[in-house]
Write a protein that binds this ligand. Structure first.
Ligand code: C2O
Ligand code: CU
Ligand code: CU
Length: 483
């Protein structure tokens, strides 16, 4: 690989040094605060507004979204043009209820074709946002979400053929929080103490315009870390527990999240639902499109103190994702019960089908162009690479192929429609914060991961792909059909 690979190598070395420094600081019991805080934590955390219902009937809530241009503030004193759902980034949060259908009519007021996908949704095929089902500029399309699955932190984002990376980079992403009224009795923090955090890396030029490049083999990263559209924001909290729904919505930046205090997160949910019981974790690897829900308790902190959310894999300012500032005393009526959701289980039988998928690729030709494949194949909208039977449980074995046995690239593999369990990674159990229902899984170079899933819900045409968006746009995507 030419230039970019070398650059990456340097970045990696620097990132490791920074990580070591942070660990040393924590050992001395000193909060690992950034040296120059002036530029960081200047913006208040934006909370995306809830999308108001256009109307409702006995079974269904109806919503309208217009995809159009908007503006953000990424650089001090500059305004950044973007594309947003309702012109904002992140888009408005859709708060859906299990058992009630949501119908969202999207109108494309942008200059490019778009597609909407509900990531993590058990969605009928005609509403799932197949990349070739594009909505041309000026047109509208209705998407129907039955909301029959368990409560979870879902997100909606663009999925247009060949341009998903650019379209999401420009701002087309928002939360879709599926709640279950039956979960209220758990007593978890709720209302304004239940906060979605969309973490995305961005790059812009000196004029403040988003600078998107498809030319990196690694995919698009950027030096600025944003949360809900604001660079390294601060969030005023009270002395109590909060529920944070963390989503890595970056194109190609894996995160390694920790608290600067060195204290653990209490993890309560994975991609598509509550864990059976909470688990404590100091470090959470959150790769592209993955979600994890955590509870953080600020009750033992003094008013006036702060805790930062740190990305230990990042370099420079991007390490400092955001800061929680304890500003007031508040009574806490919430709790984290010992029992959260059902224990996830799937009946894998002796003859359950096993399928193999190999994720491979790299630069090809001269000058080299990045090209990625699944099982050596390019994406073909007209050809399914697997046809699981409706109702069947299958094992999918994903292999992240190393080039020449040494060079590797990370991939994060997402399967539409289904929720899966990670059986093992390289023969070992998954991380504790991965032992719940998932729809996206991280593969380091050389990893072999086995997933178990049941193909229920609907028959029809779906997708699986790498959620490094530049890999996805460069063919690391495949159609599969439930038959
Ligand atoms: Cu989040 Cu097919 O995507
Ligand atoms: Cu999806
Ligand atoms: Cu990939």
């Amino acid at each position: 690989m030419p230039g970019p690979a070398l650059l990456t190598r340097r970045d990696f070395v620097r990132a490791s040094t920074a990580f070591a420094a942070a660990v040393a600081l924590n050992r001395r019991g000193v909060a690992a605060e950034p040296a120059a805080q002036d530029a960081l934590f200047q913006n208040d955390l934006p909370i995306p507004p809830a999308l108001a219902r256009a109307r409702r009937d006995a079974t269904t809530d109806y919503y309208e979204i217009v995809q159009g241009p908007g503006r953000a503030a990424l650089l001090q004193g500059r305004s950044t043009p973007l594309w947003g759902y309702d012109g904002i980034w992140p888009g408005p949060t859709i708060r859906a209820l299990r058992g009630r259908t949501a119908v969202v009519r999207h109108t494309n007021a942008l200059g490019v074709p778009t597609v909407v996908h509900l990531h993590g949704g058990e969605t009928p095929p005609d509403s799932d946002g197949f990349p070739t089902d594009v909505v041309p500029p000026g047109a509208s399309r209705m998407y129907t979400y039955p909301n029959t699955q368990p409560a979870a932190t879902l997100w909606y984002h663009d999925h247009a053929m060949d341009h998903t990376g650019r379209n999401i980079f420009m701002g087309l992403a928002g939360f879709y929080l599926l709640d279950d009224p039956a979960n209220a009795e758990l007593g978890l923090p709720h209302g304004r103490h239940d906060v979605p955090l969309l973490i995305q890396r961005r790059a812009c030029d000196s004029g403040g315009r988003l600078r998107y490049s498809t030319h990196r083999h690694l995919g698009e990263e950027g030096p600025i870390v944003t949360v809900n559209g604001a660079p390294s924001p601060r969030f005023a909290v009270a002395t109590r527990k909060y529920r944070f729904r963390l989503l890595n919505g970056s194109n190609a930046t894996p995160l390694q999240l920790a608290l600067s205090s060195g204290e653990p997160f209490t993890v309560i949910a994975t991609d598509v639902g509550l864990l059976p019981a909470p688990v404590e974790c100091r470090n959470i690897r959150l790769w592209m499109a993955e979600r994890v829900e955590v509870v953080v308790d600020f009750s033992h902190l003094a008013v006036g103190t702060s805790v930062a959310l740190v990305d230990e894999a990042a370099d420079g300012d991007a390490r400092w994702v955001m800061r929680f500032d304890v500003t007031r005393v508040e009574r806490d009526d919430s709790r984290v019960p010992e029992r959260l959701g059902e224990t996830p289980a799937l009946a894998v039988e002796e003859g359950s089908p096993v399928r193999d998928f190999v994720f491979a690729g790299g630069p090809r030709g001269f000058p080299p162009v990045a090209h990625w494949t699944i099982n050596g194949l390019d994406f073909d909208a007209g050809r399914p690479i697997a046809t699981p039977r409706y109702g069947d449980v299958e094992i999918w074995r994903l292999t992240n192929h190393k080039r020449f046995g040494i060079l590797g690239m990370l991939h994060t593999v997402h399967v539409h429609l289904v929720r899966f369990l990670i059986v093992d990674r390289n023969g070992r159990p998954p991380q504790v914060y991965e032992r719940g229902w998932k729809d996206t899984v991280a593969l380091e170079p050389g990893d072999v991961v086995r997933l178990a899933m049941r193909f229920g819900g609907y028959r029809g045409r779906y997708l699986m792909h790498c959620h490094n968006l530049e890999h996805e746009d460069a063919s690391m995507m495949a159609r599969y059909d439930v038959v």
